[in-house]
Design a protein around this ligand. Structure first.
Ligand code: ADE
Length: 239
């Protein structure tokens, strides 16, 4: 899968290219990354990428042409037709189902805005989908684009080691995760729940499911409005 980022701050992306699951996916060739700086697509000697908004108001708006030309170059870098994504608080809110849908594309071009945003006509002309990572305002789309890339990359076959499976993540079945424990068995008077030491796999699975349900009910009751136990989970709880 290929990710191209259109950004005034390409250096920020070392956070995903140089470390962790995304860095490993890149060095193993599971993903490719390209960086396109709209500043490189300017013609004037100040390399202007923004201007004041028509109608007045504070801040600056990113110019149409440098962004368009950067996106066009990014489109040409992949074999498949790239899907152009604009990150902004006005977009559709990202969730696990959204990441799964996005992971089915083989080429994403992630456009990162700065300042007050980009010229609306660029969204009309070049952008296929607009996504937000939550109801808060960041100072640019870069962190949002990296969140999106990270969330997608870990869904790609072979990106995770076989010990960590994306199928076991919270949200992949619509519930929050159950709590985890590791050695030692007792620390500062706090004991690992005995069922986890029992070796009884059915009992452990049942306990984990109950914990996940309980936590979801307490912390995110909204998730239970659409949640349904699958058959395996129903049998486990009935036994
Ligand atoms: N750019 C600024 N804030 C954002 C957000 N919440 N999601 C996506 N892109 C953004």
């Amino acid at each position: 899968m290929r990710f191209d980022f259109v950004t005034l701050f390409p250096e920020m992306f070392s956070a995903v290219t140089g470390a962790g699951i995304t860095g490993r996916a890149l060095s193993r060739g599971l993903v490719e990354v390209g960086l396109y700086n709209p500043r490189d697509y300017t013609a004037d000697r100040y390399q202007t990428v923004d201007d004041r908004p028509y109608g007045g108001g504070p801040g600056m708006v990113m110019l149409f042409e440098p962004l368009r030309d950067a996106i066009r170059d990014a489109r040409g870098s992949g074999d498949a037709a790239g899907r152009v994504i604009y990150l902004s608080p006005q977009g559709r809110k990202l969730d696990q189902a959204g990441l799964e849908a996005l992971s089915r594309h083989s080429h994403l071009i992630l456009v990162c805005g700065r300042y007050e945003g980009i010229d609306e006509r660029l969204i009309q002309a070049e952008v296929d989908e607009e996504w937000s990572i939550g109801d808060y305002v960041l100072s640019g789309g870069e962190l949002a684009a990296m969140v999106m890339m990270d969330g997608i990359t870990r869904l790609l076959p072979d990106a995770l080691g076989h010990e960590d499976s994306a199928q076991q993540d919270s949200f992949s079945d619509g519930l929050l995760d159950f709590p985890q424990f590791t050695r030692p068995e007792m620390i500062e008077g706090r004991q690992v729940p005995p069922v986890l030491l029992s070796g009884d796999h059915k009992a452990i699975e049942r306990w984990r499911l109950k914990q996940a349900l309980g936590r979801t009910w307490l912390r995110r009751p909204d998730l239970l409005e659409t949640f349904e136990l699958d058959e395996e989970q129903q049998t486990l709880l009935a036994e």
